[in-house]
Design a protein around this ligand. Sequence first.
Ligand code: XMP
Length: 335
Amino acid sequence: DWNMPDYITEAVEKIRAQVGNDEVILGLSGGVDSSVAAALIHRAIGDQLTCVFVDHGLLRLNEGKMVMDMFAKNLGVKVIRVDATDQFMGQLAGVTDPEQKRKIIGREFVEVFNAESAKLVNAKWLAQGTIYPDVIESAGKGKKGQTIKSHHNVGGLPETMKLQLLEPLRELFKDEVRKLGVALGLPHDMVYRHPFPGPGLGVRILGEVKKEYADLLRQADAIFIEELRNTPYEATVVPGFDQDAVPQNWYEATSQAFAVFLPVKSVGVMGDGRTYDYVVALRAVQTQDFMTAHWAHLPHALLGKVSNRIINEVRGLNRVVYDISGKPPATIEWE
Ligand code: XMP
């Protein structure tokens, strides 16, 4: 177990020794690993670091603004934000197959990132938030989809750039990365967020991805997450058990929770009128390793409140269902 302040001092010295006066590029995804890597490298070399944040239009509500506020505004990190929504939506138009969607999102990501990186002509290093489990995993079989790490393979960049890899989190496990993030001043809620897949909402909109669907889903998802965070979790406190490990609310009591957009219309009533609108499914699971998972037994009052809020607040949605499938046989994501 690392002592964080000592670890930071040591890591900072190592990064400085490694890169000297060179410029470094990092692909910021908004996820925990790339964020902590960015904060650490920025601590070490300041303005020699430039982050590229590709917004594919499949991020959660306000996520882009959050990333920019956290890094550019609060930490003073140089971040280039690329809004590539139209490019991604264009490439995804008419595509319904989940693996095909993943491939397109991965491919476009590499393209946008590389195009942006190629403008930073002096860069000598490509930084990545690779953590120890990734190192082990890539030695074995690959993941189902591409993560931001596999997106940024150096091979895809122009030959002339010849970037070297900088991976300062390679020796750390996830819980250590989180502690490091907090020690570097990143907000606790950000560092302890549920995992979010690289293809983002692209695999939470069933079938063809459209901006209209993504906008509806973002709103429903944000309401669900807000209510999970605001609903206390009544834990049975075992004497002698680590108090910090006891979940305080239903967000902390679940491993992953999100809304899924179903491109199906059903009939509803509103006032004197009839509605004919889309459905969202809520998914919340508890798991240790994400290989098997139980659906979370969320309180009915919480589910009821989320359903009412979504239907009342999001025009275009008139029905909410709760997914009670375990993994296996279902997967956590719907695609
Ligand atoms: P499934 O749906 O296979 O998900 O039960 C297991 C875990 O993996 C995440 N997941 C992905 N992560 N790119 C990612 O970076 C992907 O294409 C992808 N697909 C699934 C999922 O969110 C869950 O945590």
